[in-house]
Write a protein that binds this ligand. Structure first.
Ligand SMILES: NC(=O)c1ccc[n+]([C@@H]2O[C@H](COP(=O)([O-])OP(=O)(O)OC[C@H]3O[C@@H](n4cnc5c(N)ncnc54)[C@H](O)[C@@H]3O)[C@@H](O)[C@H]2O)c1
Length: 322
């Protein structure tokens, strides 16, 4: 089997997680090129991962001709880079949030559908091994029916006000778009399509975007949920809880890689997880879809659904709750 030839676009923090995941795929993938608007970043990444470096994405795609790219740049560039790839029929694994807003997300659906490329949105928590164990536990019925979802991803993001994450023009929003996009994807993964979203947001940092958010939501199937996120609180908390009619399941990412669950009047039971990390599983799935042409489990439409839910959250935060 020939390796899928991959180029990484954007050589910052998350690019290293992608590179490690492609490396974990062994002979199934080969990193052949990288691009970054900062030449030194592209060069350093290329040296480390033994590939071609570029500052011009078009040039890289036309000379190296990768089969696929990982888009690891900030959100304002996700649509234009997807357009470059789609025009050349190059497959895309695009980091979250897929787009800055609904219009961009819908344009990305159009590009993907017209070109026929494989497009996957990197909502990596849907590949988190213990989360999928939790989903399996819910589906087994052992804890009765899932009633309510709780998730908080929060922690001190030092210096965020000076980075692109807090620049509305580049990021499209604040913590609600950047962080709770994972929460919305987890909720959809476990509870199904989202019917209703309400939010409140607040800003303490000297930025134009929100640094703290609280969301209430409900799935079409009637499961309610609470999501909260903040760039300010310390210590951080990374928790998912699934409340069922006959028990509760908890993932506390900071405590242990394992999930635990409790039946009525029972002690907590911990379930071991020893599999690959979520980035390795995400990339393995992407490579499989590139090889087979299958639609990824987190497709461009799934990515757009998370952006639509966040748009609903922003609209309610700005009107009902301003
Ligand atoms: N899946 C996750 O858990 C996770 C975690 C962190 C970041 N992310 C996402 O990954 C993306 C990148 O985040 P990061 O933390 O790596 O940011 P970063 O700032 O560390 O890196 C971004 C890189 O992209 C380069 N860049 C910016 N615009 C570019 C353009 N138009 N063309 C070429 N290069 C460009 C920058 O020079 C920088 O090197 C964001 O969408 C972010 O939300 C996802």
């Amino acid at each position: 089997m020939k390796p899928v030839r991959v180029a990484i676009i954007g050589c910052g923090g998350i690019a290293e997680a992608h590179a490690a995941a492609y490396a974990a795929a062994g002979a199934q993938a080969e990193i052949v090129g990288c691009a970054d608007e900062i030449e030194a970043s592209a060069r350093a990444f290329a040296e480390k991962h033994h590939c071609v470096a570029a500052t011009n994405i078009d040039e890289l795609l036309d000379t190296v001709k990768p089969d696929a790219i990982s888009i690891c740049t900030p959100p304002n560039s996700h649509l234009p880079i997807t357009a470059k790839a789609a025009a050349r029929r190059i497959h895309v694994l695009c980091e979250k949030p897929m787009a800055r807003n609904v219009d961009e997300a819908h344009e990305m659906i159009r590009l993907v559908e017209e070109s026929g490329i494989v497009f996957m949105n990197g909502l990596c928590h849907t590949f988190h091994g213990p989360l999928n164990q939790a989903k399996g536990l819910v589906n087994s019925g052992k804890l009765g029916e899932l009633v309510h979802f709780y998730n908080r991803f929060a922690g001190r993001f030092e210096g965020v006000e000076k980075r692109w994450f807090a620049d509305a023009e580049i990021a499209g929003g604040g913590v609600l778009l950047d962080t709770t996009v994972h929460s919305f994807s987890i909720f959809r993964h476990i509870a199904g399509d989202i019917e209703k979203v309400r939010a409140v947001i607040n800003t303490r940092l000297p930025t134009k975007v929100e640094d703290t958010a609280a969301v209430a939501l409900k799935s079409v199937s009637g499961i309610t949920g609470e999501i909260s996120a903040s760039w300010l609180t310390d210590p951080g908390e990374w928790i998912v809880r699934l409340y069922c009619t006959g028990g509760v399941i908890e993932l506390d990412y900071n405590r242990t890689p394992n999930l635990r669950y409790q039946l009525p009047k029972g002690d907590w039971v911990e379930v071991n997880y020893e599999g690959p990390d979520r980035f390795a599983l995400e990339v393995a799935h992407f490579l499989e879809c590139v090889r087979t042409g299958a639609t990824p489990s987190v497709s461009v439409v799934d990515g757009a659904r998370t952006i639509e839910a966040i748009d609903q959250a922003y609209r309610t935060a700005r009107t009902d709750c301003a």
